[in-house]
Every structure is written in C-alpha cells, then in structure tokens.
Design a protein around this ligand. Structure first.
Ligand code: SF4
Length: 312
C-alpha cells in the first residue's frame, strides 16, 4: 500500500524577468510502505524541490499530496503538524545543516523539546538513545559540530531526523559531501535503520552507484519532469529512455560491459525558465526526430515501467 502519493505536483517560481521557472512540472508517483525509491537526475532537474514540497517546507503551485491516503493540503493546521512529525529529512551538507552554536544535545533534542516538551534528564536519556542508534557515543552529547568528522556530523543529522519517530524519511544527497569510505558506512547505517524501524525512504541523489546499492525503485528526472521510472534491477539492466541510457553509460562503474557503448551527453541542461518545445530532452538526445521537437511525449506504461519517449 502507498504511504506517499504525489499527484500532478507542480512547483513554479516566478522570475524577475516575468518568466516562470517550472522546477517541478506535473510529477506523479507513489512510494509504498517500507520501500526505498531513488530519485536521480542532473542538478536543476527538480528533485530537491520535490523533497521540499513533500516535507511541506514549500507549498506546491498545484497538485495533491497524500500521506496514508489523507490529502495533506486538506488537513487542519494541527493535523498537518502532527503528520509532519511522521516525516523527516536529512540534508546533503552536514557542515552547513547543523547549527555550529548548538551542541549535540540541543541539535538532536530540539524537535523533542518543541514537539514532545521533553526537558532535563528525560531529554538527555532520549538523545543518548538516538545517538546510540546512529553509532555515536553518549559522551558526544556535549560536543559541538566542529568537533566531529563529516561522517559523524551526518550521523547527528540522521539522529535529529529520527527524533520524533518518523515513518518516512527524505534523504537529500546525504552522502555526496562525504569521502567514499565514509559514504559506505553511512549508507549501511541508513539500510540498517530501515530494517530495524520499518522506515520508508525517498533517496534523492545524482549518484547512480548509490541508487543501485540502496533503492528498490528508481525515478529519473529531467528538467522538472519524470522521464523514466521502474525497478532498479530493470532500469540498470536495460535503460530504455535515451536520457537514462546516457546517465548510465556515463558511469562505467555501473556496468563494465557498457564501457564500449558510451553515450556522451552534449550541451548543458536547458533553462527551466525557457524549456525547449516538444520533448524537453530533444536538444541533447542522440536519436531525436522531427516529432520530438514539436510534440511532448506522454509518460506512459511500457511493460513494468513508466517512460516518456516517442521512440520507445
Ligand atoms: Fe529523444 Fe525524442 Fe525520445 Fe525525447 S522523445 S527522448 S527527443 S527520442
């Protein structure tokens, strides 16, 4: 059963020049309870904006968001706040996402003080329990962010995200600021916590190796739109959308057999304030045809995956 359902989510930002930046343009998906869904794409494709819309950090321009079948935007304020506690977010950069003037007790304990009114010994006890869950020690409680390594700081961020006992976590590039060896430790922790606490994840990243390691399903975004979605096994074995093919072939670590047939993506991602007509990928697609420049392909079901391309 779906825990999260995003239906036709749009998020447009007006620019000073009178244009609209379509950061997210009519994106729908669902995430089942206990599942890990990876969301990939180059920077500016809208994946982090989707994360912030789901977390209620920004309002969408249009669309519906269901949590456990309840439309978040139709809930009263108090209900919305209660629902918000069932979701957590871990940000990319543990260096800037933790307040340098707060110690670990204050950082991890803040949501517990605000939402559960915990204070004193009870608060300390709960923070120590959270620190131990993420592999930190009780004596870390009085230290400040600058006294930790990058991996430890990310563990503090995860402990804070877990403070209110969420069911759903958004992990927004949680390992991309870390060294490779530390990345693996943090990914293993994320997997271990999921198994122990029955968590559901949306894992946002540009790193395909990470998605293959951690996700059950993957959604590929391009210029604010979902262009391909399917199981990790299917998509990594046989990507169908030309953009997914290019992303995978640009990363030979994924499959050494693909080394001989690399598709290099030429040019930059077009501006979302002025997206190309037709298929938004046509300016970089190696197999674009005439119709691609005029008609926008629909996202449709092909076998077990969704894909938007005229030629698939
Ligand atoms: Fe390429 Fe055309 Fe498919 Fe777009 S619709 S991905 S331009 S082939």
């Amino acid at each position: 059963m779906a825990l999260i359902e995003a239906l036709n989510i749009k998020k447009y930002f007006p620019t000073q020049g009178g244009h609209l930046v379509k950061a997210v343009d009519d994106v729908s998906f669902s995430i089942a309870s206990g599942e890990t869904v990876g969301m990939v794409g180059e920077s500016g494709c809208g994946k982090s904006t989707i994360g912030r819309v789901i977390m209620n950090l920004i309002e969408p321009t249009d669309g519906r968001l269901l949590y456990d079948d309840r439309n978040i935007y139709e809930l009263a304020k108090a209900e919305r706040r209660a629902l918000r506690r069932k979701m957590g977010i871990v940000f990319q950069d543990p260096y800037s996402s933790l307040n340098p003037r707060m110690n670990v007790l204050q950082i991890v304990g803040e949501p517990l003080t605000v939402h559960r009114k915990l204070r004193g010994a009870r608060l300390r006890e709960e923070v120590v329990r959270l620190l131990e869950q993420v592999g930190l020690k009780p004596e870390h409680i009085n230290r400040y962010p600058h006294q930790f390594s990058g991996g430890q700081r990310q563990r503090i961020g995860i402990a804070r995200a877990l403070a209110l006992g969420p069911k759903f976590l958004i992990l927004d590039e949680p390992t991309s600021a870390l060294d490779v060896s530390v990345q693996a430790q943090v990914l293993n922790l994320i997997k271990k916590l999921q198994a122990a606490q029955d968590l559901t994840y949306l894992f946002i990243t540009h790193d395909l190796n990470v998605v293959r390691h951690i996700a059950d399903r993957v959604m590929v975004m391009y210029l604010g739109k979902l262009v391909e979605e399917g199981s990790v096994i299917d998509i990594f074995k046989r990507p169908l959308h030309p953009y997914t093919q290019a992303l995978l072939s640009a990363n030979p670590k994924i499959d050494p057999n693909l080394r001989g047939e690399r598709t290099l993506l030429e040019g930059d991602v077009p501006s979302p304030a002025d997206p190309p007509p037709g298929c938004s990928f046509h300016t970089r697609c190696p197999i674009a045809e005439d119709q691609c420049r005029k008609i926008e392909p629909e996202l449709r079901l092909v076998s077990d995956r969704r894909i938007s391309c005229h030629l698939v």
